[in-house]
Design a protein around this ligand. Sequence first.
Ligand SMILES: *Cc1c(COP(=O)(O)O)cnc(C)c1O
Length: 427
Amino acid sequence: MSERGLGTKCVQAGYTPGNGEPRQIPVIQSTTFKYNTSEDMGKLFDLEASGYFYTRLQNPTNDHVAAKITELEGGAAGMLTSSGQAANFFALFNICECGSHIVSSSSIYGGTFNLIDVTMRKMGIDVTFVSPDCTEEELNAAFKDNTRAVFGETIANPALTVLDIEKFARAAHAHGVPLIVDNTFPTPVGCRPIEWGADIVTHSTTKYMDGHGVAVGGAIVDSGNFDWMAHKDKFPGLTTPDESYHGITYAEKFGKGAFITKATAQLMRDFGSIQSPQNAFYLNLGLESLHVRMPRHVENGQAVAEFLEKHPKVKKVNYPGLKSDPYYETAQKYMGHGGCGVVSFELEGGRAAAELFMKNLKLAAIETHVADARTCCLNPASSTHRQMSDEQLAAAGIPAGLVRMSCGLEDSADLIADISQALDFLK
Ligand SMILES: *Cc1c(COP(=O)(O)O)cnc(C)c1O
């Protein structure tokens, strides 16, 4: 069968009902599964047979949806997690342990930055942050003998920097470790990092994949391309026997499925963080229209960015689809457009101007959320980064007057009219 288009995969991949079976993915709202003999069940526990026994490890609804996301990313195996945070933690912790080191782009989601810089450090995992714009020389210099993974975001939330995936993949592979890319903002409709050399892709499905602000969730997709056995000493968890599973060696027994099987069998078993089947069902409804929605988000982001760029009360606009943006060329290469509907801009007049502007918006709501069908916005200085002074904000590259706007699926003319009237309140 020839490879199907992305839109067809969004609608139909991951689940093919048999004769007389439900057309829509059934929600298997069951914690447990029945077996006729202890022997049957024992085979599942030994990973000798595949099947379901307890929803903390695997559930059929989740597996159908994970299979769809895996096909969209062009991967070999995938899994759902309870959140994007859990997805990034599992992706890293599956190959890192106390004494390991990570090289990460410094331009990443605040929650992930905290996970790596604070919580994982407490677990004895070291990190070196590099600018996404660093030279290859600087990037290569960040590696240590104990480096086990490289991490970055295709389009960073909220900085909107664009990762040069090929540059990061080259450096990772030259040092015998995989590149993990969080592809939340563009989604596979805009960019498929595996095609550019990424080994593992993660998602906060809470964002565009769900797209309707309904369910928090995450996903991990493994390309199956990284040769763990070629770097046996670096990844003993995959390349030596797991005593908690009767001496199974994941990379030998599961081939391209090794990474995901280990993450399921060990991390889900020990940490939980499974997505509820009901949430996986909602996520799938979002995925069915992802290829139709994403171009509209991008179109609205582009229109709003172009309007703001010309407005006298706006100091600066960040959107990788603008020719004036420093990431324009990189975005063109990897996505062919601005990649998402999120735009950020700095108002003349700082925090007070941002607050006054946002208070007067009628369509865009103030929310700690992005990538929703409804346009929403946030002033980091008065919300997520409230504890920082104007000086600290400037040092972190987040001006006090910065507004992050996530353009939804409304008509762009209405969004622009709303923004325009709210800007009129500023002196
Ligand atoms: C939101 C987000 C996360 C965290 O996801 P949750 O689903 O909120 O846990 C991780 N990475 C990126 C890029 C995000 O935007």
